[in-house]
Design a protein. Structure first.
Length: 269
């Protein structure tokens, strides 16, 4: 029985498992080949303006399989938990679409912004060759799409926390941080069409906890200002949503005159 359950569980997250294995193999292979090999791979797979302007559109996919730091063992478990939860909720195809929208969509939006900034003289031309690889845009989009599965009462606080965190982190005008904001917004938009979780099992809650911790460090790291911004935005969003619900309920349920009862109530008296 235990073996059967394990097999079913593995089959349910086979896309996540396959992707995690490929990431681990690529990272270990580049580490074994040495720093120069990793630098070459990062240079060729970066979705920077130089590569995209020369028609290297394959970088839009290849960049999702290369990590610049070479320390996949630190972030891969949390990343896998986040993707596994997404796959359990939306199946493999839904996960792939969500990740691709975040990874490719945010990359292209950032590229457009960088072109405008360079042409306007706001950023140096050298940024066209900046390294830009990794899984963070896709992961943040998955995080945003999980909004659909958060209980409606807590959903505003969830959205406020992540948006506050991402926006404060992006105030440094780092284009990767801006890309995270865009990926998060894309994910929140996708959540309007994404299936929601009807039951939060202990396993799913564990995946959410680890995956959310991974998302936190991706968006801001141990940044006190970003954390404070996220908490403030979460509280404001929660309070505003609660006030709106109270106001809505008051208008939808007007006070009845004394002695009044609907016909249906008299019928069951």
């Amino acid at each position: 029985m235990a073996l059967s359950n394990l097999r079913r569980g593995a089959a349910a997250v086979r896309v996540t498992a396959a992707y995690a294995v490929v990431l681990a193999v690529v990272s270990l292979g580049l580490t074994a080949l040495g720093p120069h090999a990793r630098d070459v791979a990062v240079s060729h797979m970066s979705t920077n303006l130089h590569n995209l302007s020369h028609g290297h559109l394959g970088t839009l996919i290849g960049s999702a399989f290369v990590d610049e730091g070479g320390r996949a063992y630190l972030w891969l478990p949390g990343f896998a938990c986040l993707l596994a939860l997404g796959e359990l909720l939306w199946r493999g195809r839904g996960l792939v679409v969500t990740f691709a929208v975040g990874h490719i969509g945010a990359t292209l939006l950032v590229a457009v912004g960088l072109v405008v900034a360079v042409e306007a003289g706001w950023l140096p031309v050298s940024i066209a060759r900046a390294s830009d690889v990794g899984v963070s845009y896709g992961a943040v989009c998955v995080l945003g799409t999980l909004t659909a599965s958060i209980p409606s009462h807590w959903r505003p606080a969830w959205v406020g926390w992540w948006l506050g965190l991402a926006l404060i982190a992006a105030t440094g005008l780092d284009f990767t941080a801006v890309g995270h904001v865009l990926a998060l917004l894309l994910g929140i938009a996708l959540s309007a069409r994404a299936p929601s979780a009807h039951d939060w099992t202990p396993a799913r809650l564990a995946l959410l906890t680890v995956g959310a911790a991974f998302g936190y460090f991706v968006l801001s790291g141990p940044s006190a200002p970003a954390t404070a911004g996220g908490l403030c935005a979460s509280l404001i969003a929660f309070g505003a949503a609660r006030a709106w619900r109270t106001r809505r309920d008051r208008y939808e349920s007007p006070a009845r005159p004394a002695g009044f009862a609907p016909v249906a109530e008299f019928a069951y008296a």
